[in-house]
Design a protein. Structure first.
Length: 94
């Protein structure tokens, strides 16, 4: 257990300089990233124009008026005149 504790403490002491400030001979470290107005020059850089997304308006569907269907009445067949005839009725007793 003591070995692990010594190992962890030595690792922390070795990594401590990593969290320090930049060296005195490089005082501008990170200066460009901290300046909001700074834009590095690039020979092929073009200004970017951002356009808002186009708005889409949906119109209601057009109303179509179709002509009303024409229904013809079904033909009515009427029987023609019947000539008088004689009918004989026969009944059988059951």
């Amino acid at each position: 257990m003591l070995k692990k504790l010594i190992l962890a403490a030595s690792a922390l002491l070795v990594s401590a300089p990593v969290f320090a400030d930049p060296p005195r001979w490089a005082p501008a470290y990170g200066w460009r990233a901290k300046q909001p107005h700074y834009r590095p020059y690039h020979p092929y850089a073009r200004p970017v124009v951002l356009l808002p997304a186009p708005r889409v308006y949906y119109a209601p569907a057009p109303v179509y008026y179709y002509p009303a269907p024409v229904y013809y009445p079904a033909p009515v067949y009427r029987p023609g005149p019947v000539e008088p005839s004689i009918s004989i009725g026969v009944t059988f007793p059951l």
